[in-house]
Design a protein around this ligand. Structure first.
Ligand code: NAD
Length: 425
């Protein structure tokens, strides 16, 4: 093992990503040396960022960008600001982005970045200086045709505006395509904010069509009522489903006859929690109870590892669409598969955001802006096609396994085929 690998080799999140790659490789019959190539990023950049703090002192922050694979196109993935960001996490997330983008059928490879910082402890000026200097340090290794970052945990359209401006100054032109999820004034799309939740709702709708006869009249429980959960609820309701339960970190509410989604959004906005929603027949429930409700469709849209070997036997939904990243453990996934539950895996069900980013980027590159309704129509077409393609291949080739295994196999296979065609393998 070389020194450089030690940066991330022992990280448990990285090891989980490698295990998933190995499982997919086994299913595809790929040789071990392909795995050896794919389990490492093509490039891992580490930068030290000195920031002049408001008290006059200089503080140095550490940042990374992992560029996992570029066989299908420029690296693409978010940048997060968190105190516990580390190389192993960033490398693992960049590998997942390679598979997610491959599965989404968009011309992108995978990347991910982060800065080890608690952004809440910085003033707005310090945060801007940190963001600009981080991006300037990456400038030679990013670009509209090279690597296209986007927001992630604690970064947002304002951060993207700073990145865009910093890069454009260095490049000497307005490089609209260097980042996505920009503010609309700088070539971003308003539709970006709804896109992940919309995509999760779309995959739930398509899975319901293939598994339980459609969403109309079907009951839905949603764990997590943030960006993803709220828009998944809004669109599923529009398509005729009945949202019977939602929750957030404080707990949940349940009414078997249905909840008013508009009112839920208002209550969450005003009081910061859905537990303050009141009405006839409304019961307060815990997050654990929500997952086990007698519903047709379950949308985990909060956090990881919530469907586990402890509660999987009590899950009653027939369709699960993973808005959150990693909500189902591998053991629970197997049990659900044996019980005849379809679990649309996160890399397919929450790809709406990155797919919308591609729609934004491709219009930026053509020099034209797109209306929101057109953008959503395109997202619907792309995700509906992708879901059905994966579903059919799963049923044809991999039906002994959960849908997740098929999704990973299809994603890895596409990257490997591109690498072979290019002469990289
Ligand atoms: P968010 O911060 O807007 O909302 C998260 C919601 O989950 C909040 O309502 C919060 O109260 C609730 N929550 C947090 N911990 C909880 C717990 N233990 N039990 C129940 N509820 C809890 O976040 P988001 O953008 O909606 O993201 C949700 C999930 O979707 C995350 O796993 C995220 O990684 C994933 N995701 C988001 C996007 C995106 O574009 N927003 C894209 C891909 C994946």
């Amino acid at each position: 093992m070389s020194e450089a690998y030690l940066l991330y080799e022992n990280d448990p999140v990285y090891q989980m990503a490698v295990k998933q790659l190995k499982d997919a490789a086994k299913l595809l019959g790929l040789p071990d040396d392909y795995v050896e190539v794919l389990r490492h990023p093509e490039r891992l950049i580490q930068v030290r960022i000195p920031v002049r703090m408001d008290d006059g002192s200089i503080k140095v922050f550490l940042g990374w960008r992992s560029q996992h694979n570029s066989a299908l196109g420029p690296y693409k993935g978010g940048i997060r600001y968190r105190e516990d960001v580390r190389p192993g996490e960033v490398v693992a997330l960049s590998m997942w982005m390679t598979w997610k983008n491959s599965l989404a059928g968009i011309p992108y490879g995978g990347g991910k970045g982060g800065i080890r910082v608690n952004p809440k402890q910085l003033s707005p000026r310090e945060l801007e200086e940190l963001s600009r200097k981080y991006f300037a340090a990456l400038a030679k290794n990013v670009g509209p045709d090279v690597d296209i970052p986007a927001p992630d945990v604690y970064t947002n359209p304002q951060t993207m505006a700073w990145y865009f401006d910093e890069y454009s100054k260095i490049a000497g032109y307005n490089a609209w395509g260097v980042v996505t999820a920009k503010p609309p004034e700088l070539g971003g799309l308003n539709a970006r904010v709804v896109s992940t939740g919309y995509g999760t709702a779309l995959t739930a709708r398509e899975a319901a069509k293939r598994w339980i006869g459609g969403v109309e009249g079907k009951t839905v429980a949603i764990q997590g009522f943030g960006n993803v959960g709220q828009y998944a609820a809004k669109y599923l309701k529009e398509w005729g489903a009945i949202i019977v339960a939602v929750s957030d970190s404080k707990g949940g509410v349940y009414n078997p006859n249905g909840l008013d989604v508009e009112k839920l959004i208002e209550v969450k906005k005003k009081t910061r929690s859905v537990i303050n929603y009141e009405g006839e027949g409304v019961k307060k429930i815990t997050n654990e109870e929500l997952l086990e409700l007698p519903v047709d469709i379950l949308i985990p849209a909060a956090t990881e590892d919530v469907i586990t070997s402890k509660n999987v036997e009590n899950i009653k939904a027939k369709v699960i669409s993973e808005g959150a990243n990693g909500p189902t453990t591998p053991e629970a996934d197997e049990v659900l598969h044996k019980k005849g539950v379809i679990v649309v895996p996160d890399i397919l069900a929450n790809a709406g955001g990155v797919t919308m980013s591609w729609i934004e980027w491709s219009h930026n590159r053509m020099g034209c802006w797109l209306e929101d309704d057109e953008a959503l129509e395109r997202l619907d077409r792309i995700m509906t096609r992708n879901f059905n393609r994966v579903f059919d291949e799963w049923q044809k080739k991999y039906s002994d396994h959960p849908m997740r295994a098929a999704a990973y196999a299809i994603a890895v296979d596409r990257v490997v085929r591109a690498m072979k065609l290019r002469g990289w393998l």
